[in-house]
Design a binder for this molecule. Sequence first.
Ligand code: PCA
Length: 334
Amino acid sequence: MTASTQTRRALAYTTSLAAAGLVATALAGPAAAEKWDLPMAYPASNYHTENGGTFAACVTKGTDGAIEIVTHPNGSLFGGADIKRAVQTGQVPIGERLLSAHANENPLFGVDSIPFLATSFDDSVKLWDAAEPAIAEALDEQNLVLLYTVPWPPQGMYFNKEVNSVADMEGLKFRAYNAATAKLAELTGMLPVQIEAAEVPQAFATGVAQSMVSSGATGYDSKLWENVSNFYEVDAWLPRNAVFVNKDSWAALDDATRKVFTDCAATAESEGLQKAKDYTTFTLEGLAENGMKVEKPSDQLKADLAKVGETMTAEWLKAAGDKGKAIVDAYKAN
Ligand code: PCA
């Protein structure tokens, strides 16, 4: 039997069911389920992804299955670099992405990657409180509705040798994940190459990268101990992942459904923050247990990086203009 014969038979069958009133009955049951694919860039075992899964289940349950959100971890549906555009253009209705990876579109998206501005979870929350309205507005201008954000743990530095100063970094191949990390590499004499988290294990295994700035979380997720030996807790900043919805998809939802989304998002934001804190300790211990040296930076390294931070802060303030300055001032005033 050919495919088209099969289709014709199926149609004939459906028509006869409809005639019998059976299809109508089936459709009048629970509201027609809509499947919303949610692409994510990080591994399934990472807390952002798990938290997103809980959020997805919350919406699916809260809407009685009318909207079923299905998460796709580790860049499996869209690579990290493509997720935001996929949501903007409506290829998918919802997605999760590292905000600062888009600082090239709008410097405000990089507010959470200014070195040494907000270096603890508490300060990260304070900075986010100051920044959120402007960022939500910037996303809105790009056809996106911001739902929630969750920070990554404080960013430290990974090396395949002991490093006690910026001079020790000279010439290393450095894995970058946004404009700030690439800039940091440049200012420290390293050679940046942009690599998504999903590709990090391979990049280090093949020698494409020898160092990076990231959290203990991503080093742990990537089993980085197989290729690097040292992690320095420099606490440079805490970047955030954001979950956002395509504005047209959002506009099509009724008020009750939107409330389910925003309630689930509020829970995801607070539970995600706690998960981030828990995962910080768990993964730093995990790196050490697997043989890495996990330690505070030397005074020299700290002083060298502070200088780099000053340069980067000045550059960000210049790029982000009045809106950027207003956020930093509001943050500092609190
Ligand atoms: N992990 C992500 C972003 C920040 C982090 O801690 C990464 O390395 O890509």
